[in-house]
Design a protein around this ligand. Structure first.
Ligand code: ZN
Length: 136
């Protein structure tokens, strides 16, 4: 069967502070800019989650788009939307709250049935090229 990738785009807004606790405030501002603000910084995020698999012979689907939307919303967006990434998202605990770590660590999305997924995230709308993280 042909192998096909389907992609779902979701949006959420969240606050964060990107900082390395081992560095001075000056060093954090130098490296992370406005994202190092001790009183938080906000973004509108765009997240793309892609699932690649062989087509199902009976349905012609990789998976049902409704199911993919439900998985991403219940396991990622509900944790992130209008939350503080540093304080409110358990699977980000102990990590620097960068867009890269959000993509790599999409913690709850790793559980089945998401299976093998690829996720891309633009850090703020129209800002910076998409990042990739492979979830296994
Ligand atoms: Zn920021």
């Amino acid at each position: 069967m042909p192998r096909v990738t389907i992609t779902r785009e979701v949006h959420f807004s969240a606050a964060h502070r990107v900082f390395n606790p081992e560095w001075s405030d000056e060093r954090n501002f130098e490296v992370f800019g406005a994202c190092a603000n001790p009183n938080w910084h906000g973004h509108d995020y765009v997240l793309y989650v892609a699932v690649e698999a062989d087509l199902d012979r009976d349905t012609g689907f990789v998976m049902d788009f409704k199911d993919l939307k439900s998985i991403v919303e219940s396991r990622v967006v509900d944790d992130m939307d209008h939350k503080n990434v540093n304080l409110d998202v358990p699977w980000m605990e102990g990590l620097i709250a960068s867009a890269e770590n959000i993509v790599v660590d999409l913690g709850p999305a790793r559980r089945p049935p998401a299976r093998r997924c690829e996720a891309r995230q633009a850090h703020a709308l129209g800002d910076a090229p998409p990042l990739r993280g492979v979830l296994r």
